[in-house]
Design a protein around this ligand. Structure first.
Ligand code: SF4
Ligand code: SF4
Length: 116
């Protein structure tokens, strides 16, 4: 069979009634340009970490935005905060500050969960 280099992704449903969107709102309050992201993927295409790992800023940002935090802390650890993505973003999103604040929020979430 011909390999076309892509596949049909499994369908998934995000339950927005139960998703925790408050964490993203707090991050967006600190980095207002985050709300301008149109998920174009230019940041991912230019990412330094992406050259060496499967790290995908666009995808991880979207998951974080929808309150889907599982595995994200480990993913964001791959980012070197080099800032290259910020230079190519057509919407002027301060991606470095966004990643840093998402990391901090995830650290706080883990800390809260460990304390419970
Ligand atoms: S390049 Fe900018 S607008 Fe495009 S996905 Fe990345 S952060 Fe969002
Ligand atoms: S700051 Fe992080 S996400 Fe942006 S290009 Fe550098 S390694 Fe990639």
């Amino acid at each position: 069979m011909t390999n076309w280099g892509f596949h049909i992704a499994k369908s998934r449903i995000i339950d927005m009634d139960t998703a925790d969107l408050g964490v993203y709102r707090k991050v967006a309050a600190k980095v207002p340009s985050a709300k301008l992201c149109l998920m174009c993927g230019a940041c991912t295409a230019s990412c330094t970490a992406r050259n060496h790992t499967p790290f995908n800023l666009r995808k991880n940002h979207l998951l974080f935005r929808h309150g889907q935090f599982k595995g994200l802390a480990k993913e964001f650890d791959k980012c070197m905060l080099c800032g290259k993505c910020r230079l190519v973003c057509p919407r002027g999103v301060n991606t470095r500050a966004l990643i840093y604040n998402m990391r901090m929020a995830l650290d706080n979430l883990n800390y809260t969960r460990i304390k419970k």
